[in-house]
Ligand binder design. Structure first.
Ligand code: B3K
Ligand code: ZN
Length: 874
């Protein structure tokens, strides 16, 4: 199959108005009867009907009740002798498929003896022949038939209109979805499931039923998901006036799932990881992820489902916007300004550690890509997180109320349609005719068309005579695949000026549109420090030659919490880079240690914020600042910095631990989770310091904490402190942990992942990973388990993965090929672990290229993996 181009978009030659699906569910052979009403699209020249299909067995095709001729074109079903004219006709297709053999987890598959579907992006064609594209929107009626004992619960989109018993112990259920939808939003679920239910009333007084379906035995882990769902419904009404449009809204959890969750209309299907939680099994991070993913999928009901994408190149239309919405939701729920800032810092950290490298690597693509071989490869941090930043900049340029007005206009114009990113931007701008966005719209849209992370270089000049502070700003953007030269972007730069006494002198918003500009701030005192790109007001890299003194001043005084945190990160990165470029040795200076101490001991700062400041920048983030990367050297320098922070601040860590470890009855709120996070960071540093000194007190305390903890956050933090610091007690704690949670798959995932992600000591991690692959609880077919072991090693442990003997890369290529035969989507995610191979120092660089070439040379690769490795070598 071949590359698909955005420029080639053509409207569909036929419309499908209604679809009646009838399933006889059987794991080995499911029978699917598909009865559709179609008509020719009068706007398109007459042509044959070509229906997508994949791994289907075709039994019968009928047009208006009569047999008809057809032919196959590859896996597509082609019908040439259809009625002329534009009258609707009926097409009936009868196929079978084998859900039990479906290891790709796309289409209809079996997990734990239940049936699930995943249709986005192109899974519906694995269920029946169809025009599998998002701009074909139809009304669905679905009848499910199955053995009543094995599959007591039968679910599909919309409302249950009929159900009852059949012969031979079978039963049926019929569902009607009142909304037209693209086929990627179709879903069915059948199995032994139980539900937590909640009735709610929306503002207009309508009653709705919310349900969270899980396996029997998991019901005690559904309260948080249900609370998050209720909060999501209330938030979308309050902030955007978007009410729940369905009588019934269902969430179903499955432990075999390719990604996080899926927004099927009225029947969201979730990875168990983003549903199941109680204090004994889930950490604070799990609780907060559940809140955002439940919100995200719920918000898709309007942004994605009511208004969908014209084609898959427009994916960020729904994903970028919906990530923006879930980020805003979590910030609004967090409440206070300081808690909002913590969430913002966490989101930016994801963008900079994952999306910036993507945007600088072989898979770089615009937020609205121009081409793809396999669309599943484009569910990326660029489409999602950078896409969300683009929406956020629009909100910045039109204001919060202006943005809400823009959303209202977007729904007035496009409800029920399949549209483009341009349509969205146009609606936001048109609702704000006086705004900078409206004025700059054509240039602003370059954020959709140009890939790569822009760099903004800033320089400062202060005139002692006039008191004018001049900031010179220039922008550039490096080339990316297929885009050698870039035009200037619209870059909103929130700024402030901090006086020598620590007080803010001035602040504002500058919208940079030219390649270079000068910003003049009058009345500035001597020694003022600029605080630039506050709140990370644009997804760019800011170059400004801050002195240590300036950064220390910002860390102490900046009124913008994001830049306060950023100042600490810059201090740390500068030190790491100096050591990496130098001898590889590093001795942390008193100024840095002292600044970290003042933050840690600060009287008014939140624990959550302290934890973020005291956490060193990630190895991958440091690596991005280098032209040539020796990951083991980066790792060694960062480890050494952490050891010195552990030792030099030992008393302060002990104080922090004692003052934050007790938090009363467990609640996953921002304040107490921040306290737990800081206590956990303190414990890790205390165990690291103990390893250098050989002291047994803190490891003993950590072990005790591990045993006594009343919640998973504290227990796992204690376990992790022992493992990360390489304490002897780690082994026995790990064994105990496995024994305690052997029946909790999501906790076992943590157990695998912690070991695969641990700091490498003399090359010990790879053998440990290989051994864990033999563990009876390991199963490469389960995506969560594969990710917890293999990805934690290959993608999240650079110091252990990039070995000079290339054994890490050999392991990687074996797993990519092994997984590709089972599940191409999972395999191609793993394939991305070597995206940045060109930056590696020798001998890693050559060895990595060889490993990629080895994968690329394998015959019968999936499109998914082939696209990733071919681009990597290009
Ligand atoms: N829309 C789905 C992702 C589907 C991925 C298909 N490979 C989940 C989400 O973004 O909400
Ligand atoms: Zn989404």
């Amino acid at each position: 199959s071949a590359v698909i181009y955005r420029a080639d978009y053509q409207p569909p030659p036929f419309w499908i108005d209604t679809v009646e699906l009838c399933f006889d569910l059987d794991p080995a052979k499911t029978r699917v009867l598909n009865r559709m009403k179609l008509r020719r699209n009068p706007d398109v020249p007459q042509q044959p009907l070509k229906l997508d299909g994949d791994e289907l067995n075709l039994a019968r095709v009928m047009v208006n009740g009569q047999g008809t001729s057809f032919r196959m074109e590859g896996s597509r079903l082609v019908l040439e002798n259809l009625p002329e004219g534009y009258e609707p006709f009926e097409l009936e297709i009868f196929t079978t498929c084998s859900p039990a053999k479906n290891t790709k987890l796309m289409g209809l598959y079996v997990s734990n003896d239940s049936f699930f579907t995943q249709c986005e992006a192109e899974g519906f064609r694995r269920i029946t022949y169809f025009l599998d594209r998002p701009d074909v929107m139809a009304s669905y009626t679905v009848t499910l038939r199955a053995d009543k004992q094995k599959y007591p619960v039968l679910l599909s989109n919309g409302n249950l209109v009929d159900h009852g018993d059949l012969d031979e112990g079978r039963h049926y259920a019929r569902w009607v979805d009142p909304f037209r939808k693209p086929c990627y939003l179709f879903a069915l679920v059948a199995g032994q499931l139980v539900a937590r239910e909640q009735k709610i009333a929306t503002r207009n007084g309508k009653e709705h039923l919310l349900q969270v379906y899980v396996r029997p035995g998991d019901l005690d882990k559904t309260e948080h998901a249900m609370n998050s769902l209720m909060a999501s419904v209330a938030w979308d009404e309050a902030r955007f006036g978007l009410a729940l449009d369905l009588e019934r809204f269902m969430i179903v959890a499955t432990s075999d799932f390719n990604m996080g969750a899926m927004e099927n209309k009225g029947l969201n299907i979730f990875n168990t990881k983003y549903v199941l939680a109680n204090q004994a099994t889930a950490t604070d991070t799990d609780f907060s992820n559940i809140e955002s993913v439940v919100g995200h999928e719920y918000f898709h009901n309007w942004t994605g489902n009511r208004i969908t994408c014209r084609d898959w190149f427009q994916l960020s239309l729904k994903e970028g916007l919906t990530v923006f919405r879930d980020q805003e939701f979590s910030q609004d729920l967090a409440g206070e300004a300081s808690a909002r800032a913590v969430k913002r810092i966490e989101d930016v950290r994801v963008l900079r550690t994952a999306q910036f490298p993507e945007d600088a690597g072989p898979m770089a693509h615009p937020v609205r890509p121009d081409q793809y071989l396999e669309i599943n490869n484009f569910y990326t941090v660029t489409i999602y997180e950078k896409g969300a930043e683009v929406v956020r900049m629009m909100q910045t340029l039109v204001g919060r109320e202006g943005f809400a007005r823009g959303m209202t206009l977007y729904f007035q114009r496009h409800d029920g349609q399949a549209v483009t990113c341009e349509d969205f931007a146009q609606a936001i701008a048109d609702a704000n005719p006086q705004s900078r966005l409206h004025e700059l719209l054509p240039q602003f849209k370059r954020w959709y068309s140009q890939a790569g992370t822009p760099r903004v270089k800033a320089g400062a000049h202060w005139d002692a005579v006039t008191g004018q502070y001049e900031l010179s700003l220039s922008q550039s953007c490096p080339p990316s695949p297929g885009q050698p030269a870039k035009e200037p972007f619209v870059i909103p730069i929130a700024w402030g000026l901090i006086g020598p006494d620590g007080r803010e002198v001035a602040s504002g918003m500058h919208v940079l549109t030219q390649a270079s500009e000068t910003l003049t701030i009058p009345g500035a005192p001597a020694g003022a420090v600029p605080s630039l790109l506050r709140g990370f007001s644009a997804p760019v890299i800011l170059d400004f030659d801050y002195t240590d003194e300036q950064l220390l001043a910002l860390l102490e005084h900046d009124t913008d919490p994001f830049n306060r945190w950023e100042a600490g990160q810059r201090l740390a990165v500068n030190r790491a880079l100096a050591a990496i470029h130098g001898s590889g040795e590093i001795v942390l200076d008193n100024a840095f240690i002292g600044a970290m101490r003042s933050i840690l001991r600060h009287r008014t700062l939140d624990a959550a914020f302290k934890e973020l400041v005291l956490t060193l920048p990630a190895e991958t983030y440091i690596a991005e600042q280098l032209d040539v990367v020796d990951p083991q050297r980066v790792h060694a320098v960062r480890e050494s910095m952490r050891e010195q922070m552990a030792t030099a601040l030992q008393d302060d860590w002990a104080w922090a631990y004692e003052h934050h470890k007790d938090n009363g009855a467990y609640r996953p709120d921002p304040v107490s989770s921040g306290r737990r996070a800081l206590a956990g960071l303190a414990l890790t540093h205390l165990c690291i310091a103990a390893r250098s000194s050989g002291d047994g007190v803190w490891p003993g305390k950590a072990y005790q904490r591990f045993k006594d903890a009343s919640n998973m956050t504290d227990r796992f933090n204690a376990l992790s402190a022992l493992v990360v610091s390489g304490q002897d007690l780690a082994r026995s704690a790990l064994d105990k942990f496995h024994c305690m949670f052997k029946d909790e798959p999501l906790v076992l995932d943590k157990w695998f992942s912690l070991q695969a992600g641990a700091p490498d000591r003399g090359g010990n991690i790879l053998p440990a990973v290989r051994q864990l692959m033999q563990h009876p609880d390991f199963n490469i077919r389960n995506p969560n388990r594969a990710r917890s072991l293999i990805f934690s090693y290959c993608s999240a442990n650079p110091g252990a993965f990039h070995r000079a003997d290339a054994a890490g890369y050999v392991f990687w290529s074996d797993r990519v090929m092994e997984l590709d035969a089972i599940n191409p989507q999972v395999a191609s995610r793993l394939a991305r672990a070597l995206d940045r191979w060109r930056k590696l120092a020798e001998p890693m660089r050559g060895a990595a290229r060889e490993a990629i070439a080895r994968v690329a040379g394998k015959p019968d690769l999936s499109n998914d993996v082939r696209e990733v490795v071919t681009r990597a070598l290009a």
